[in-house]
Design a protein around this ligand. Sequence first.
Ligand SMILES: Nc1ncnc2c1ncn2[C@@H]1O[C@H](COP(=O)(O)OP(=O)(O)OP(=O)(O)O)[C@@H](O)[C@H]1O
Ligand SMILES: [Mg+2]
Length: 391
Amino acid sequence: MAIRFSLYYHSKENGEYLQKIINTSRQGMLVDTQSLANLPARVNSGTDVVFLEYQEDDAKLDRWIEKTAADPKSPSIFLFLHEITTNSLWKALRLGVKECFSFPIRVEEFQEALDRLPTPDASLEVAETTRVVSFLGSKGGVGNTFIATNVAHLLAQEQKGQVLLLDLDLRYGQVIYFYDVQPKYTVIDVIENFERLDKAYLQSLFHSYDKYLSILPAPSRLEEAEAVSGEHFEKVLRYLKNTRLFSWILLDCCHQMDEVTLKALELSDDILLVTNPSIPALSNAKKLLELLHLLDLGGVRSEVILNSWQKRGDLGEAEVVGFLGREITSKITFDPQQVGRCINEGRPMGEIAPRHTVCQELRTIAGRLLGDEAKNAGSGLKWIKRLVGKS
Ligand SMILES: Nc1ncnc2c1ncn2[C@@H]1O[C@H](COP(=O)(O)OP(=O)(O)OP(=O)(O)O)[C@@H](O)[C@H]1O
Ligand SMILES: [Mg+2]
């Protein structure tokens, strides 16, 4: 099993040296490497070990190490010291560091340190099944990404299995801003390296937001989106399902019914249609629902999420239900201030306002995904094949 490292170096030369050491070990796999200047405030706990090139007399760094080591959910900390002395070892011990090394690091010594690490809970390694959930906005700007990113985070917080959020808004994907992260790789890297993929390599391409939540962003450049076909996406998703690395794969779909979106719906276990109570969004939602109703959906579960809901809005719930001809499964309250704050700070609601009404409403959606209703993966969306005229 791979041991995932995040490496923070002071000098580039040492960074390269430590990278080599990690790569020559049996299980070491580098998932992030940065200069110490970019040490994130919060540890990317999807990694198993943080390897730091230690700097003496850096009180800020000491505080960071101490705080991180004190959190039982944090990865283990390894230090690379310029010189190992009794004093430095005592200090490291006091800060909560797991292992200390200095130049030259012997391969066997490093391997022994890896073997001493606590064995991760094996039950987390393989999901029983992978449930694929598509979030589909009825129209641009209805809050699809806000809901998908927050539900993914709340679902991961339950710690019942690994969650992957895949940004399928290939042209204008914005998932990374909702979490304020800068992943190294995107869906393009997964597609380009598809033939070389194995479980460990695949894992290294995902950005770990925390221990239970991984992110695969949309391409960073507009023209790259054109290179992704429905066929590519299907291969990747099927492969991902086979690896059983994730219990849930959530897809933030683009609201245009393009080839990739249609493929996503076809392969989904759940389709969560997001709309708001405005006539344009509702009329699009109605069209989509009519389509879903007319055609054979097999075991796919669908629900309607009414976002930006106001009790005293122009339309009452009965009018919305009457118009759509369909019950509303969830309502998410309109709160521009709190929602705006989350989005602008790039932090999910579960972190900054876990008790807020909107967060509780979002948690209910995550709760439904925890249940095991309708798990027949994309069994019957033959209509989609007819629509796109592709197999
Ligand atoms: N419950 C809510 N209350 C108030 N404002 C909201 C709410 N949900 C979303 N918004 C606002 O709607 C805007 C659009 O949200 P978001 O980007 O999630 O929509 P989208 O459907 O993904 O849009 P796009 O089509 O661009 O992908 C956000 O900037 C946010 O401020
Ligand atoms: Mg969006």
